[in-house]
Design a protein around this ligand. Structure first.
Ligand SMILES: [Zn+2]
Length: 106
């Protein structure tokens, strides 16, 4: 169940629209966009719609926290990426700490 990232209401099905995923747009930019399901926030938190995988379409100038629907595929990928970055940052800081300690003891 996908939720609006702003008000956390469950998104509701809307009209069929032609749209591409980001990877489709990169790999086949000239292909016709297939008609697909869309979802919108019942409280009208944004102008556009959410695609089947949770990306926000057609809502320009949105803040980053509105780019993906909560619990959607894209939201999960985004969070996974974020956690990986945090993890890598921790590893880098660990090495840096070792480096500092070595400098101090030498
Ligand atoms: Zn909302």
């Amino acid at each position: 169940m996908m939720k609006c990232p702003k008000c956390l209401s469950e998104l509701v099905p809307s009209t069929l629209e032609g749209y591409q995923t980001l990877s489709e747009h990169v790999c086949h930019p000239n292909d016709e966009s297939p008609l697909r399901y869309t979802y919108v926030c019942p409280n009208g938190c944004h102008d556009g719609f959410y695609g089947m995988w949770g990306s926000l379409y057609g809502s320009f100038g949105s803040k980053p926290e509105l780019w993906y629907a909560v619990n959607s595929f894209n939201w999960n990928v985004e969070n996974w990426d974020l956690w990986e970055k945090v993890y890598k940052f921790d590893k880098i800081m660990e090495k840096f700490k070792d480096f500092i300690l070595r400098m101090e003891t030498d």
